[in-house]
Design a protein around this ligand. Sequence first.
Ligand SMILES: Nc1nc2c(ncn2[C@@H]2O[C@H](COP(=O)(O)OP(=O)(O)OP(=O)(O)O)[C@@H](O)[C@H]2O)c(=O)[nH]1
Ligand SMILES: [Mg+2]
Length: 246
Amino acid sequence: MTTKAFNCKRMNEVKRGDRIIILYGETGTGKSTFINAVAGCDAAKVDHTLKGSANRIEVFKITGPDLKPFVLVEAPGVDTSNNDSSKLGLWLHDQKNPPVAGVIYLRRITDNRMSNAQINTLDSLSTICGIDAASHIFVLTTMWDVPATARQIEREREFKTDFCSIKAALGECKLLRMENTKKQTTREITRAARQTVQEVLDRDPCRLLVGRQMRDSKGDYRGTAVGKVEEKSKGFRGFFRGLFSK
Ligand SMILES: Nc1nc2c(ncn2[C@@H]2O[C@H](COP(=O)(O)OP(=O)(O)OP(=O)(O)O)[C@@H](O)[C@H]2O)c(=O)[nH]1
Ligand SMILES: [Mg+2]
C-alpha cells in the first residue's frame, strides 16, 4: 500500500463483499489513532479526555488509488468497570453477520499489569470470535513511543507467552506492534499501520460466533455466550462510575 492519503468515509453500514476489520479494545488504547494512521488523515475522533469517546460503533470505508476498499469498524471502547460488547453484537446482527477479515485487539504496551478487567475483556473477545475465528484475532500493542524500553519488550513477550497461550481461543493470535516511535515520520507510521491492515486483509474472511448466536437468540445479546460471560463479570458501580459515566 502507498502512503498517499486514502479516501476515508464515515458510514453506518457495510455492504455485501466489504472487507471488514474490527478494532476492539479498552477505551483509550488507540483505536481511533490507528484508524487515522491508516487513513493518513484525521478521520476518526481521537479523544484526549478522561471520559473517552462516544459509546457507539464507528464505521470507516477506506479507498485508495491502488487497493481494494476495506472497512475499519471501531467498536466502543471497553470500559474497564463495565465489560459490555453488546453494541458490537447488535451491530453485527443488524448487518446480517457479515464475514470479517479480522479482529484487532489493541493493548497499551505501557500497561504494566494485566488487570482482572483486562482479563475479562480477553474473555469477551475470545467468546465474541469463537474457536473458528480464533486465527483471525490480532493483538496490536500501542504506545511504543512513550518510550520503548527493554521492559516493554519483555512485557510484550510475557503477554504472548502467558496470556495469549493460556486462552484457548486466543492461542493462535498474532502479535503486532503499532510502530510509532518518536524517530518515525508520519509517513512511516502510516506505512506501518497499512502493513498491519494488509496482514489482516490477507486472511480469508470468516463469521464471528457472536453474530451466529445473535441470529439464534433473535437479536437478544443476553442469549449469546459473550452476553452471559459479561453478565457474570459486571462489577461494582459506585461513586466514580457516576462521575465518569458517558
Ligand atoms: N503517546 C501515544 N499516545 C497515544 C497512542 N495512541 C493513542 N494515544 C493517545 O491516547 C488517547 C486515546 O486515543 P484514542 O485513539 O482516542 O483511543 P481509543 O481507543 O479510540 O479510545 P475510545 O474511543 O475512548 O475507546 C489520545 O490522547 C491519543 O492521542 C500512542 O501510540 N502513543
Ligand atoms: Mg476512539
